[in-house]
Design a protein around this ligand. Structure first.
Ligand code: COA
Length: 171
């Protein structure tokens, strides 16, 4: 599975991604805005575990963001069950040296198109910590709408934060 963006490629995970994954992910400025299941420090063992898991994924939900042949970040969707089965979650991150090039808004749009074209999903949703204005801009540029703010919904690195909920419905 490969999708071409401008200046990057969305593609599957390879064993050779482990080194760049560990290097780009092992950054408190990245993990500060992600769930605690994205660890910090991010070790080589963490990277091996994730790449192994991803190489078996079926259906294909999680992409490498590749730049010049090397892993620069990741983006994926999480399918949910029960009454949420038509509403998937989207999540993403990029190594800090690649920030500010407009990559992620484009990647989010491509993954939204991929999701609506390939899955029986009516809506994509993202939950953004209240201190993550960069990611809010990403979603706004990708066409998502802020639908609400959940007060004091998360705790990250010992700080209680609001969660901003963004949605994009299928046309
Ligand atoms: C959020 C993130 C994905 C943004 O990706 P990106 O490809 O850099 O996005 P953009 O280039 O469109 O930049 C988004 C906004 O952040 C601003 N920005 C980018 N890099 C910045 C930097 N180093 N310092 C300050 N602002 C910056 C941009 O100016 C832009 O705002 P604008 O459109 O109003 O100018 C990236 O910063 C990241 O991976 N952060 C850590 C993980 C994370 O937050 N994931 C999302 C969890 S919900």
């Amino acid at each position: 599975m490969e999708i071409e963006g401008q200046g990057f490629t969305l593609r599957g995970w390879k064993e050779s991604d482990v080194t760049a994954l560990q290097r780009n992910a092992d950054n408190p400025n990245v993990s500060a805005f992600l769930l605690d299941k994205f660890p910090n420090p991010y070790t080589t063992d963490d990277a091996i575990w994730w790449v192994n898991l991803m190489s078996k994924q079926d259906p294909f939900l999680n992409f490498v963001i590749g730049i010049d042949g090397e892993l620069a970040g990741g983006i994926g969707i999480e399918l949910r069950a029960d009454v949420y089965r038509k509403c998937a979650l989207i999540g993403y991150w990029l190594g800090e040296s690649y920030w500010g090039r407009g990559i992620m808004p484009q990647a989010v749009k491509l993954v939204a198109d991929y999701t609506f074209a390939n899955f029986d999903i009516h809506r994509l949703q993202a939950g953004i910590f209240g201190n993550n204005t960069r990611s809010m801009r990403v979603l706004e540029k990708a066409g998502f709408v802020k639908e609400g703010i959940l007060k004091n919904a998360v705790i990250k690195n010992g700080v209680v934060l609001d969660e901003h909920v963004y949605g994009l419905s299928r046309n």
